[in-house]
Design a protein around this ligand. Structure first.
Ligand SMILES: Nc1ncnc2c1ncn2[C@@H]1O[C@@H]2COP(=O)(O)O[C@H]3[C@@H](O)[C@H](n4cnc5c(N)ncnc54)O[C@@H]3COP(=O)(O)O[C@H]2[C@H]1O
Ligand SMILES: Nc1ncnc2c1ncn2[C@@H]1O[C@@H]2COP(=O)(O)O[C@H]3[C@@H](O)[C@H](n4cnc5c(N)ncnc54)O[C@@H]3COP(=O)(O)O[C@H]2[C@H]1O
Lengths: 141, 141
């Protein structure tokens, strides 16, 4: 019974809200994106436009891989590559009224999932940490 | 009942085995470590010595933060800094006979946990992905 209550919880109640999520603007270059990732300490963050629409994700592996040369990492290329060219566009999304059940399935292969409203505006992220904490609480009772 | 069977499973049965885990040697420099991270696609990997003893973890946020200057990321410093100086030494560890119950609690705050034998030799890693997959299977039955 407790299991069913948890699995039907709305993900909207478990999100890291958009104002607390580090992100980059779609118009930025990779040098700026790597600085934001480094300063925030996160390995992947959302890419938004000025109206807060979600366009994709950018991560340190994606950035570093895009400047990997034959012998060395070509850091000088960073300022000339736009985030839009390297970001991952094909990403799973959730709606705030989706169930935890649906979120859990997506988190198996993704460290976090972005939540959007019906017009595609960014609402926050559901993370593996939050869901593992909920599940651990359920299983240890 | 099914819950109890799963939670008492030995983590040894769920590990990514050591031979399939990307790692760096403790004697390497940060430039080499960043190349291994970039080529493997992972954001954090174990640091081992030639005898396969575990010494810590190295990650792209730790490397980038260590060369973050006032105005830019000082990439030229990478080849002169040893991994040992920047790696995270204080990390949780599991024994192969520990239960999934114990592993789940540690995975709340860590994307993966290293497993070692009684002498500290590296056996593999327990990842959030593997545990989320097990839990999802349990909860969807
Ligand atoms: N400043 C911090 N304080 C405490 N713990 C920290 C932390 N930074 C990282 N961690 C821990 O490390 C995990 C992996 O972080 P990572 O940056 O690779 O991967 C993160 C990051 O890519 C993204 N993320 C989480 N919170 C974020 C935020 N506020 N803004 C932007 N992205 C975020 O979601 C992924 C999964 O997050 P999750 O919390 O499940 O898992 C986090 C969390 O358990
Ligand atoms: N080549 C690939 N193929 C398929 N999926 C991939 C992948 N690379 C990354 N992922 C997905 O992204 C998640 C986060 O990867 P990350 O490298 O930040 O964080 C990883 C990485 O730091 C480490 N890790 C996992 N497998 C590893 C391996 N074979 N060698 C070294 N480190 C590994 O454990 C963390 C958590 O791994 P987890 O599997 O739970 O979660 C992985 C997995 O769901």
């Amino acid at each position: 019974l407790q299991k069913d209550v948890l699995m039907e919880k709305r993900i909207g109640d478990l999100l890291v809200p958009s104002e607390r999520v580090a992100h980059v603007q779609i118009g930025n270059n990779l040098e700026h994106a790597l600085l934001v990732l480094t300063k925030s300490g996160y390995t992947a963050i959302p890419v938004l436009d000025p109206k807060y629409k979600l366009h994709g994700l950018i991560s340190s592996p994606l950035i570093l891989d895009s400047i990997l040369g034959i012998e060395r990492i070509e850091f000088e290329k960073l300022e000339n590559i736009p985030v839009e060219q390297v970001m991952k566009k094909d990403i799973p999304k959730l709606h705030v009224n989706d169930s935890l059940n649906k979120g859990l399935k997506l988190l198996i292969n993704h460290p976090f999932i972005c939540a959007v409203d019906k017009d595609g505006y960014f609402e926050g992220i559901l993370t593996r940490r939050i869901v593992l904490k909920q599940l651990s609480g359920l299983l240890h009772r």
